[in-house]
Design a protein around this ligand. Sequence first.
Ligand SMILES: [Zn+2]
Length: 277
Amino acid sequence: MGSSGWFRVQEMVPGIFVIQEPGHVQSYLVQGKERSALIDTGMGFCDIREAAEPLAGNSILVLNTHWHFDHIGGNALFTQIAVSILEAKLIEKPIPNDLLRRIYVEPFMEQGVPFPQGFDPRTYKIRGSRATRLLDHGEEIDLGGRILRVLATPGHTWGSLSFLDSRTGALLCGDFLYPGTLYAHFEDSDPQAYIRSLKRILEVEGEVRLMLGGHNEPLVPKDLPKKALEGFQRILEGARPTYTVYDWGEPVLRYEFGEVHILTKPPGSRGVKLPLA
Ligand SMILES: [Zn+2]
């Protein structure tokens, strides 16, 4: 399946390329002298390896920010995969066609997003993949000429990771931070953990020159960690939700504090459980 025309590629800072998929998610290729890192692998609509390999020019290690379907779709195309020690099991299960049709294919059709050439909605599925390295907070991944430091940033999911690039000061943060509504309403989401993670990022603020997120515009507003921290703190202090929304058929609380929007699970609810095969 050809990848040309589906992914939009742009160099954000020297040696870091965003690989965007229309209307939804983005992955990042970080070039090293000895090997390169592909941070997340998208939805699996189309071969992301074909898009990433020419940018890398050497071997690719996949680093997953977290286990969600839209970040691991192309994992099975690669042999070297590193993921949080807390989420390794979750990337092993295949995601079946009927589920993917419901969550991606049908909404995309409704929005009029054109599918890539060769994509067949009837056979589309995500294969399971196996981690070859388990990551924990504080580890370093040497790519040659640049080191990615692993920062545990749980909150969106329990094992969410961010990666801080020594060469450019870019923090690649997946779904922990991006411009848009932050999701802290899943079964393995945790607002308290979100607060600790945001404080962790503010502690290394001096090293962070820019942040690149997993959805919407790649560049995360510089003041988002501080504003999101204030938002989560207000929620835990008992702020009233702005309104209730439904996700996966379950009620979810939506908070709007200026530009910061956050979804959380209602008190007593276990949160939205994403189905797995
Ligand atoms: Zn996610």
